[in-house]
Design a binder for this molecule. Structure first.
Ligand SMILES: [Zn+2]
Length: 466
């Protein structure tokens, strides 16, 4: 407890990121934090219209496989190694606090790899497994420094793990091997354990095809007593040849408005996400303190539900794109988002951090797995251009999300998406599309939670409303 208090009094000691941390590449130890693989140079590839694009030809995926048919002696060995990893964490954490008290500086990752490499617990695991525990601890400290930098002086430094915790173990490079018949080989250090090679059988989730496996983690679930193998693998992305295009625009009233080059359009109203944020703001306001157990519980739940919403949203967009034979998705560049958007009530902006960046990232990743390339393109003037006559008409945007010009009322957000596509085609010297009547009435995709009570809102799905 004394230590916490001492930490609390340190003013701006660790404000500079990485102050006590030697960059892995710069150390003589040549410690690698990320699996030790060299980052490959990105290859240039041409887009739909022959312009070079930067692409990620591989995606790193994680598959969670359940360990099955675990023998008693293997279970004992796994339990032991999990216990050793917990000891390693606590020893390293204790060292950080002790050195800090003595010298006023907190040792970083590379320092600890040096000072602890002859520690009993360190030597009881494969060296990269021990290093990974030190890396996790380092990440926790960096995150704590970050909280302090952001002015959260109440944030606590990383704590000690309970003795009965079985920590997650990482196996890299030579410490593991993938065997035929859904088996993994794990190697333990010599001389201490009864056996140094463990062969474990696992079951992959349905529809999982493993790419090149980079590393595996063994993780214990205390509630069920099951062990899981987290398999980190790389799959190669094969992008589809040019076919249809989906352009979409991100907004507030409609979080997504999309237009397919085949003429259909759709919108996703943002109200459900807004309602979710409002609900949790209201519940949090009722708690005594932002550090209370109840408030932290609400934060966890809020973030889980938001994450789920974004998962279902991006999945829905990718599914629609695949169903429309789309090879390319265009999205309006985010830097313009604050300019000519209908930002809604002012209070909404304050309560609500709209997760546009997150949507684009998640979408890019999910689309790539289906061979669909996501590109950010300019959205300048796209919300003020009439889809029928092609003129810029700032005054044309009227109330309730309608764009009225040339004697027709169209959905303003769908028009934005349509214009993103038009603009992109024009900039690349391609034929412009004919306006199709569906801009007036896009399909509305509503998000509905599967269970209606706020407490049970964990799962939801999108439903199309004509
Ligand atoms: Zn017009």
């Amino acid at each position: 407890m004394l230590i916490w208090k001492a930490f609390g009094r340190v003013p701006i000691l660790f404000q500079r990121r990485g102050m006590f941390r030697v960059k892995p590449s710069g150390t003589t130890l040549n410690l690698k934090r990320n699996g030790g693989e060299k980052v490959k140079r990105k290859k240039k590839k041409l887009d739909l219209f022959g312009q070079p694009i930067i692409e990620e030809p591989h995606q790193l995926l994680t598959a969670q496989a359940k360990i099955v048919n675990l023998s008693d002696s293997d279970a004992l060995l796994l339990g032991l190694t999990g216990y050793v990893a917990t000891k390693m964490w606590n020893v390293a954490n204790h060292e950080r606090k002790a050195v800090w008290q003595e010298t006023g500086k907190i040792p970083g990752f590379a320092d600890q790899c040096k000072t602890l490499k002859n520690n009993r617990w360190y030597k009881l695991l494969p060296s990269q497994t021990s290093q990974e525990v030190l890396a996790e601890l380092d990440d926790s400290y960096l995150s704590w420094y970050g909280h302090r930098r952001n002015g959260d002086m109440a944030a606590k430094p990383p704590g000690f793990r309970k003795k009965d915790t079985l920590s997650t173990l990482t196996f890299k490079q030579n410490a593991f091997g993938m065997l035929d018949g859904n088996k993994v080989l794990l190697k333990l250090p010599q001389k201490t354990y009864e056996r140094t090679r463990l062969e474990l059988a696992y079951i992959l989730p349905p529809d999982t095809t493993l790419g090149k496996v980079q590393q595996v983690k063994l993780s214990y679930e205390p509630k069920t007593g099951e062990w899981y193998l987290l398999i980190y693998h790389k799959v190669k992305i094969e992008y589809l040849p040019p076919a249809n295009i989906l352009a979409f625009d991100l907004g507030i009233v409609n979080i997504v408005a999309g237009y397919f080059s085949t003429g259909q359009s759709f919108v996703v109203p943002g109200g459900e996400l807004l309602a979710l944020d409002r609900y949790f703001h209201k519940m949090k306001a009722k708690t005594n303190s932002s550090r209370s157990r109840k408030c932290r519980g609400l934060n966890r739940k809020w973030s889980r539900q938001r994450k789920h919403y974004l998962h279902v949203l991006t999945k829905n967009i990718v599914e629609q794109a695949a169903a429309h034979n789309v090879s390319h998705i265009l999205v309006g560049e985010l830097k313009g988002i604050h300019q000519d958007k209908d930002w809604g009530a002012k209070q909404n902006q304050e309560l609500h951090a709209w997760p546009y960046r997150k949507i684009i990232q998640t979408l890019t990743y999910k689309a790539a797995l289906k061979g669909i390339l996501v590109q950010e393109v300019s959205e300048r003037n796209t919300s003020t251009t009439c889809p029928i006559c092609g003129k810029r008409v700032k005054s044309a945007r009227v109330e309730r999300g309608l764009f009225v010009h040339c004697g027709q009322a169209t959905n303003a957000d769908a028009v934005g998406a349509f214009n993103i596509l038009q603009r992109y085609l024009r900039d690349n010297g391609k034929t412009l599309l004919e306006v199709v009547g569906e801009l007036a009435r896009p399909v509305v995709n509503l998000f509905v939670w599967r269970k209606s009570t706020p407490l049970g809102r964990e799962q939801g799905t999108f439903r199309s409303v004509a």
